[in-house]
Design a protein around this ligand. Structure first.
Ligand code: 3HC
Length: 283
């Protein structure tokens, strides 16, 4: 099957980023959410990002216009009925994702592939909400999607070779390097990255060093493009907490215990860049 129409569930930073790279790659994309104002905001953001690329000479005016013309919005999941591929990028909550996949399974055509951008939830578990587990797969993009080169693909227990091949082809068409992981908690990247970010929060909580010095340590000592606390702000403290909860629960190893400060900050609504404050403050 050739993928032409992609329906994206969730218009947050990940959903918008995926929509942007997909329209630029030539796909017909519908970005959806639960409120008109959310999808309109996402569309305006994508347009702004494309306009910046034109200003920088990285995209022609013509490509900008054809890309924007490929983007539509939706606040009704039933609009996914014509999609060849659905990519879900909503909140990291197993129950909510399960409900969405159950609905998508009923709405979407038989041959459609259902992908999740989950960073931590089991693809096998998500697929169990459908009658097409062979066509359910993890397509985990990285933030900011237009900049980060990786697409981490996860096979659930029943994901078919054909579904994997299609996901890899889509990944390559949107300009990503693809890697494949078994359905294991944290997959590859988050199992490596998130314990390090969580440890940075422990350093802060224990008063070992300041935010600035923790971040400088990894920027200047390890050549990371940004420090772990700034990166946590970018990803979202709630997202890091959700991944650490899954790692801790699934492996039962204390090394994955979410830092209490991370929990407190999430409770206080300090979610990072998206809420205006995390370890740093944002305009
Ligand atoms: N959207 C689109 N483009 C963006 C962007 C965004 N949100 N943020 C930055 N860019 C672009 C800029 O326009 C610029 O493009 P140019 O070179 O064409 O001018 C380029 O990226 C570099 O940006 P800046 O000069 O403003 O800033 P930096 O050089 O500091 O780069 C960064 C910013 C790309 C975010 C860099 O710091 C970086 O790579 N950080 C690490 C990000 C990372 O690790 N992401 C993975 C997180 S893990 C994850 O997402 C998984 C999840 O499951 C938790």
């Amino acid at each position: 099957m050739t993928i032409q129409k992609i329906y994206i569930v969730g218009s947050g930073q990940m959903g918008s980023g995926i929509a942007q790279v997909a329209i630029q790659a030539g796909y017909q994309v519908t970005i959806s959410d639960v409120q008109e104002s959310f999808v309109e905001k996402a569309k305006a953001n994508i347009k702004k990002k494309l306009a910046r690329l034109v200003e920088k000479g990285k995209l022609t005016k013509e490509d900008q216009e054809t890309s924007v013309a490929r983007l539509t919005t939706s606040i009704n999941l039933n609009d996914a009925k014509d999609a060849d591929l659905v990519i879900e990028a909503i909140v990291e909550n197993e129950k909510i994702k399960g409900e969405v996949f159950q609905k998508l399974d009923e709405i979407c055509k038989e041959e459609a592939i259902l992908a999740s951008n989950t960073s931590s939830i089991s693809i096998t578990q998500i697929a169990a909400n459908t009658k097409r587990p062979d066509k359910v797969i993890g397509m985990h993009f990285f933030n900011p999607v237009p900049v980060m080169k990786l697409l981490e693909i996860t096979r659930g227990l029943s994901t078919s070779d054909k579904t994997l091949k299609i996901a890899e082809e889509v990944g390559q068409k949107v300009g990503k390097v693809t890697i494949v992981s078994k359905d294991s908690p944290g997959f590859i990247v988050n199992r490596l990255l998130d314990p390090m970010l969580n440890e940075a929060v422990y350093l802060l909580d224990e008063g070992v060093a300041t935010v600035d010095d923790i971040d400088k340590g990894m920027i200047y000592g390890c050549n990371h493009p940004m420090g772990p606390l700034a990166l946590t702000d970018l990803i979202g403290l709630d997202v890091l907490l959700a991944v650490m909860e899954v790692l801790y629960q699934e492996y039962g190893d204390p090394k994955y215990r979410p830092c209490p400060l991370l929990r407190r900050m999430v409770k206080a609504g300090k979610l990072g860049k998206k809420s205006g404050e995390g370890f740093y403050k944002y305009d």
